[in-house]
Design a protein around this ligand. Structure first.
Ligand code: 8YV
Length: 312
């Protein structure tokens, strides 16, 4: 293999085998000294294979003078400096569609787990409390009001599932979506005030930074629950932790956090949160399709063919 690629984070073995057969792969995450690796091989790197949460900074791309493409294993490209890529003629690809159903599944799974306290009930049984004390009564999901912050591909898939539970659905987004019949609510505080459950599935990045703030949480209220399957950056975590501690909201189900995987330790002490290790797309089926799409984009690029899923 003569094309050199830099990988920002690990992919499953089936992708590594294929990538290593086709390219000279440099594993940034395994380097004892990343700067030394970049200094040594950076001048020959023509592609970065990254992951949604790792992205590619301008600082990294600047050190790769022959960089042509950044292929992201993930749909969210908020951690990739797209304006730097655009300005420097670097192509960017992502993995849309293939993960939509799984992320929508985990959103509903987290909603059910949080409201019905499934993890807590599991602990209750394992700790042999059953029969000695009563399991606390929990909160119904079916027929409730679901507020969605975000109505993109994944938002629509979540809404479809929530509708099957007989829930009323209203959504916040930058613009009204004319292809859905759900009620548009351009005011996020008003949406939170209306909703029993607020599910966050907006893209990450500057425009959605901390949009779930103290005002939104206050409006969601003491019976309200927050589900986040987007990015840690969309939530003001200080405000969320305070709201969970003092009962401003009832509970939260979270798949994403700031500083993953070294998340704020206070989350681990809270009984009213259900935690997931950023695993919305983490099924064998979806991860195989994501890896295939990353490999297809790289192969198309180096063959001079149109990219299957370009972002830039
Ligand atoms: C991650 C994601 O990329 O698609 C996204 O935007 O956040 C995820 O699918 C996944 O954890 C792989 O790194």
């Amino acid at each position: 293999p003569d094309v050199e690629i830099l990988m920002a984070g690990a992919y499953p073995q089936w992708d590594m085998v294929d990538l290593e057969a086709k390219y000279r792969v440099h594993r940034l995450w395994e380097a004892a000294d990343r700067q030394e690796l970049i200094a040594r091989v950076g001048k020959d790197i023509r592609a970065i294979a990254t992951r949604g949460e790792l992205g590619a900074s301008a600082e990294l791309m600047k050190q790769l003078p022959k960089l042509e493409i950044v292929s992201c294993y993930g749909v969210g490209t908020d951690a990739i400096d797209l304006s730097y890529a655009r300005a420097n003629g670097i192509r960017v690809t992502n993995t849309p569609d293939v993960l939509t159903e799984d992320v929508a599944d985990i959103a509903i799974g987290l909603l059910l787990a949080t409201a019905r306290q499934i993890p807590q009930a599991d602990v209750f049984v394992r700790a042999a409390r059953w029969g000695n004390i009563a399991m606390p009564l929990v909160t119904r999901v079916s027929g409730k009001k679901v507020g969605l912050a975000g109505m993109g591909r994944i938002g629509k898939a979540i809404a479809k599932r929530a509708a099957a539970f007989g829930c009323d659905i209203s959504y916040f987004a930058r613009n009204e979506h004319t292809d859905v019949a759900y009620a548009y609510q351009p005011d996020l505080v008003a949406l939170a005030d209306w909703a029993d459950f607020l599910i966050v599935i907006v893209p990450g990045g500057q425009t959605t930074m901390k949009i779930i703030n103290a005002d939104v949480l206050k409006a969601l209220g003491p019976n309200g629950m927050l589900i986040n399957v987007s990015r840690g950056t969309t939530v003001d975590e200080e405000a969320l932790i305070a709201a969970l501690q003092d009962g401003t909201i009832q509970a939260a189900g979270l798949d994403v956090f700031l500083n993953e995987p070294k998340i704020d330790a206070r989350f681990l002490t809270l009984q009213n949160v259900v935690l997931q290790p950023h695993h919305g797309s983490g099924t064998v089926e979806t991860r195989k399709a994501m890896g295939q799409l990353v490999r297809d984009n790289l192969a198309a690029h180096f063959a001079g063919n149109p990219l299957p899923t370009p972002v830039v």
